[in-house]
Design a protein around this ligand. Structure first.
Ligand code: SAM
Length: 249
């Protein structure tokens, strides 16, 4: 049996009771920590809480060589942990399909996701979101324009955009870094992003939510990661009031 367990947004207390029971019953526990991270805890604390080893999976272990996880799930109970919800803005549907093809039973224990947390934190209505996008750290000779194209298409359709920020081995893109990249792309395009909403540490005791111009975003102190951005469409009056009340608009 392969059980996907969503760990929620911030620390060890965010997993559901159902998820915790699955972990307790597991013969093997794997954690993928490349799509999201629980910044309010670490591996040692997880192993202590769960009372068993937690094996870290890299992207290639999941997307190219999931054989060892699948082999373990053929004969025992395997739990596959992911920050947030395991199936939101990840590629884990692929490993679930591979498991099904090999006759391995699977199930999902859902977790609170950043995709729904943004709606509560900034008051933008979930049915008004278009396609989301990600801003990666630019590399030598590589400065992807796709995130800006997605934002532009959503703005044209009067839809909000969630912008996920890059997570690498030991660095996390900040809101100011992402805004600088998006401003460069919009300047090249000759257009403007008038309003940003930055959110830091959703699910923690002190999330920060600030709405405003690029200049305001770059100067604001959002504190430690994880960070995420939302580019709102035209605001509904209630959305605007919410941002004025809770996001310093
Ligand atoms: C690719 S998405 C994966 C979403 C995850 N599966 C979920 O359901 O929450 C990860 C990105 O979302 C954002 N993110 C995730 N958790 C966050 C949090 N607690 N606070 C702020 N941003 C967060 C970061 O930009 C991070 O790089």
């Amino acid at each position: 049996m392969l059980t996907f367990v969503g760990l929620g947004l911030y620390d060890l207390d965010d997993v559901s009771l159902k998820g915790m029971h699955a972990i307790e019953e597991a013969d093997h526990v794997y954690l993928e920590s490349y799509t999201s991270r629980l910044m309010g805890t670490d591996l040692a604390a997880m192993e202590k809480r769960y009372g068993k080893p937690v094996h870290i999976l890299k992207r290639e272990d999941v997307e190219q060589h999931p054989e060892s996880v699948l082999a373990a799930a053929k004969t025992g109970n395997v739990v596959f942990l992911t920050g947030g919800d395991p199936m939101v803005s990840t590629t884990h549907s692929d490993i679930r399909i591979r498991a099904a093809e090999q006759g391995i039973s699977t199930r999902i224990v859902h977790g609170a996701s950043i995709a729904s947390a943004v709606c509560g934190l900034c008051g933008l209505q979930n049915y008004r979101f278009g396609k989301s996008c990600s801003v990666p750290y630019p590399a030598k000779n590589w400065f992807p324009k796709t995130p800006f194209e997605t934002i532009k298409a959503n703005q044209k359709a009067d839809l909000h955009t969630i912008v996920f920020l890059d997570i690498q081995e030991n660095r996390y893109m900040s809101i100011s870094e992402a805004v600088e990249i998006l401003e460069k792309l919009s300047a090249e395009d000759g257009t403007r992003i008038h309003l940003y909403v930055g959110i830091a540490r959703a699910g923690s005791p002190e999330p920060v939510v600030i709405a405003g111009s690029a200049e305001k975003m770059v100067k604001a102190d959002f504190g430690s990661p994880l960070h995420i951005l939302v580019i709102p469409a035209q605001l509904h009056p209630v959305e605007e009031e919410y941002l004025r009340t809770f996001a310093d608009l």
